[in-house]
Write a protein that binds this ligand. Sequence first.
Ligand SMILES: [Zn+2]
Length: 312
Amino acid sequence: MSTQVACYAARAMTEAANNARVLLDRALATGRIHSAYLLSGPPETVGAEARRFARALVCTNPDERPCERCRECQRSTESAAPVELDGAGKKGPLFRHIGDHPDLYWVDRGPDGTRVRIGQIRAAQQALRLGANEGGYRVLVIADAEWLNQEAQNSLLKLLEEPPEKTALILASASSAPLAATIRSRCQKIRFPDETRFALRADDLPEDRADVLRRFDAIESAGLSQLLDWAEEYRGSRAVAAEAVEVLLEVGTGWLGERVKQDVEAGRRDVRKKLDAHRALAQCRKDLVQRNANPQMVAERALFAVRGSLAS
Ligand SMILES: [Zn+2]
């Protein structure tokens, strides 16, 4: 049974990752491209997804993007290790291209930079405005976006407020928290699950997760009104609330998995209700991410599903 639980957990993670990618693929398929995206999650994942999405935006193949066959894809292929950036511009350039594609710009904080600096953002923005345009999209990827300093964020804000035509900004960030609300609110936010954080009771849990976990630990004694109050906290700005509910769902999923495991180890055989709740949470996540469901409603459903599965 615990193998089954592990399978569920693994599937839930894969599904969440797929959901995030589905959003990007759907944008490509429909041609409804936002002027700014904020991808958050594990740095390697969001970096790779940002690169892939940028390359797909200039790919000329209508079916599969990036197709890796067309001229644009060949130009955006990074054949050798990319040149290292330097925020001060002394040891290396301030920004670079993806492959040698003239319309794809990349900024990160470099191997020993502490912040992504304003000089980098300015230089990349200027190049973006003046650079060659092959007729398709121009894309600026900012990896390590959580390291943008305040000045750099302000400078970006101008770009976000008056986005040039056929230009996309992609911020790739381990966490969206360090970014100003004015920036976050102008981006289409896409969250990739963090498998390492899926360790439910890791020592260095971020405060929001630790808080949600504490409350799940006490959920058995929570009454109806307490659950409603909890769900009501996810009211307000959809973007912010949806992000918080995603955390709720992730922690809740892990928490249920842990309970099922404990049940099985203690010889309690009937874990069916908890597995149903586990599935309900996966559905909640889908509704939230793919169907733009109301975060408060989703939170309510999720909390009731979890609480309901505990009643004997
Ligand atoms: Zn292509």
